[in-house]
Design a protein around this ligand. Structure first.
Ligand SMILES: Nc1ncnc2c1ncn2[C@@H]1O[C@H](COP(=O)(O)OP(=O)(O)OP(=O)(O)O)[C@@H](O)[C@H]1O
Ligand SMILES: C[C@@](O)(CCOP(=O)(O)OP(=O)(O)O)CC(=O)O
Length: 388
C-alpha cells in the first residue's frame, strides 16, 4: 500500500523584500514582506512524494540527483507535517511511522536568485500536506524550509506577516488579492546570469542584520509604511504607486547589502543598465509604466501591465541584442510590436551582444496545485523515474 502525490508550485517575487531574521531556526523574519505569485505553468517546482511501509529510510532527489536528507530545514518540515497530522488525527498512527520518498525538479535554474527555494519548499510541503491529509494552513510549515516559501503557498498577491510570537505561530502568509483581481498585471524576468550565487540569501541577510546600520532604519521606519501603502495600491489597482514602492524597496534592499560588512553585491553592471533603461522609459511617459525589482542575484523582475509588454520587449531586444533570437523570449506568447523609431532615438546605442541570456514572460498565478495526469516523478514502487 502506498500513497503517491504530485504537486506543482509557483515562484513568488517580492515587492517588499524579506531580509533579516529574528529567529534563525524557526525562520522568523524581522519585517513583513509582500509578493506576487507567478504563473506556475511558466516557472514551477514539481514534487512527487510517496509514503510507504516498504521504504527503509527517508530519501530525496532534487533535479535528478540524490541529496542528503540530513538537511535540517527538510527535517523540520517533515517533522512539523507529522506533528500536525498527529494533532489533526488526519492519518492512522501507523502511517506516521512509514518512511517517505521525495523527488523534485525545477523547470528553471536552481539557487540562482530566481526563488527556487520558495517554489521548491512550497511544493514539497503542499505535497506532504496532501499525503498526510492536513487541512490547516501550511504556510508556516513551508516557512521552515525557506522563509520566502510561505508566500508561494498562496496565489495572487501575498503578505507574509512577520508576527511577534516567539514560537512563530503568527508568522504566516495571507492572500491580499487573488490573481483575478488584477489580471492585466504581467511580469518579465530578465535573466542576466543563471549560475549559483556566491552568498546565499540566508548568509547574506545574517550578515546584514549583524553589520548594517541602515538595516534597523529600514525595518523600523521604512517597511511598515511601505507595506501598508503597497497593500492599498494592490487593492485599489494603483499601478503607479505599486511600481514606485517596488523599485524603491528593491533599491533599499541592495543598499543594505552594500552597507553590510564586508559588502554584498548581487547586482551586476547589466542589472544597472536595466535600471537605467526602465527609468528612462518611465520618464518619457507621463506616468510610471514599469517597475523593476531584484532579488539576491543579478536578474531583474519587471512588473508591468499587459499593454506595455510588446513595447518594452521590442525595446529590450533593441538595447540588449542577442545571438540566439529564437530562444530569447520564453514563457507566455506575446504579440510582437515593431519598435517605434522615436523611442529608439531616445535610447542610446545597443549594448554589446548577449548581456541578457533570455527573458521569461509570465503573469500572476495561483498557489500550488495537484498534478492529476499521472506524470509522477516516482514510479508506483516509489523510486525516481528519471535520474541523471
Ligand atoms: N524543488 C525543490 N525542492 C526542494 N528543495 C529545493 C528545490 N529547489 C530549491 N531547493 C532548495 O533551495 C536551495 C536554493 O535556495 P537559495 O535561496 O540559495 O536560491 P534561490 O531560492 O534560487 O534564490 P533566492 O531565494 O535568493 O531567490 C537549494 O539548494 C535547495 O536546497
Ligand atoms: C531577496 C529575497 O528573495 C530573500 C529570500 O530569502 P530566502 O527565503 O531564500 O531565505 P531563507 O529564509 O534563509 O531561506 C527577498 C524575498 O523573497 O522577500
Amino acid at each position: 500500500m502506498s500513497n503517491i502525490i504530485t504537486m506543482i508550485a509557483p515562484v513568488n517575487i517580492a515587492v517588499i523584500k524579506y531580509w533579516g531574521k529574528r529567529n534563525e531556526e524557526l525562520i522568523l523574519p524581522l519585517n513583513d514582506s509582500v509578493s506576487v505569485t507567478l504563473n506556475a505553468n511558466v516557472m514551477c517546482a514539481k514534487t512527487t512524494v510517496c509514503v510507504s511501509p516498504n521504504f527503509l529510510e527517508d530519501e530525496i532527489w532534487l533535479n535528478g540527483a540524490k541529496e542528503s536528507f540530513t538537511n535540517q530545514r527538510l527535517q523540520n518540515c517533515l517533522k512539523e507535517i507529522k506533528s500536525r497530522a498527529a494533532v489533526e488525527r488526519s492519518v492512522d498512527d501507523i502511517f506516521l511511522t512509514w518512511k517517505v520518498h521525495i523527488c523534485s525538479e525545477n523547470n528553471f535554474p536552481t539557487a540562482a536568485g530566481l526563488a527556487s527555494s520558495a517554489a521548491g519548499y512550497a511544493c514539497l510541503v503542499s505535497a506532504l500536506a496532501k499525503a498526510y491529509k492536513i487541512k490547516s494552513d501550511v504556510s508556516s510549515i513551508a516557512r521552515l524550509g525557506s522563509g520566502s516559501a510561505c508566500r508561494s503557498v498562496y496565489g495572487g498577491f501575498v503578505r507574509w506577516h512577520a508576527g511577534v510570537e516567539s514560537d512563530g505561530s503568527d508568522s504566516i502568509a495571507v492572500q491580499i488579492a487573488n490573481k483575478s483581481h488584477w489580471p492585466e498585471m504581467s511580469a518579465l524576468i530578465l535573466v542576466v546570469g543563471d549560475t549559483q550565487k556566491k552568498i546565499s540569501s540566508s548568509k547574506g541577510m545574517k550578515l546584514s542584520v549583524e553589520t548594517s546600520d541602515l538595516f534597523q532604519f529600514r525595518v523600523q521606519n521604512c517597511v511598515p509604511k511601505r507595506v501598508e501603502e503597497i497593500c492599498k495600491a494592490i487593492t485599489t489597482k494603483d499601478f503607479v504607486k505599486f511600481a514606485e514602492i517596488t523599485m524603491k524597496d528593491s533599491n533599499q534592499f541592495h543598499a543594505i547589502c552594500l552597507d553590510s560588512y564586508p559588502p554584498i553585491t548581487y547586482m551586476t553592471d547589466t542589472s544597472y543598465k536595466i535600471i537605467e533603461m526602465i527609468h528612462k522609459y518611465n520618464n518619457i511617459h507621463p506616468k510610471i509604466k514599469i517597475a523593476y525589482t531584484f532579488d539576491a542575484g543579478p536578474n531583474a523582475c519587471l512588473y508591468l501591465l499587459e499593454e506595455e509588454v510588446p513595447k518594452i520587449l521590442s525595446l529590450i531586444q533593441h538595447i540588449f541584442p542577442t545571438s540566439t533570437p529564437d530562444k530569447f523570449i520564453t514563457g507566455l506568447p506575446i504579440q510582437h510590436e515593431k519598435i517605434d523609431t522615436d523611442l529608439i532615438k531616445i535610447f542610446s546605442q545597443p549594448h554589446q551582444k548577449d548581456l541578457l541570456k533570455y527573458v521569461i514572460h509570465t503573469k500572476i498565478g495561483d498557489g500550488p496545485t495537484e498534478v492529476i495526469d499521472g506524470s509522477h516523478l516516482l514510479n508506483e514502487c516509489g523510486w525516481p523515474t528519471n535520474l541523471h
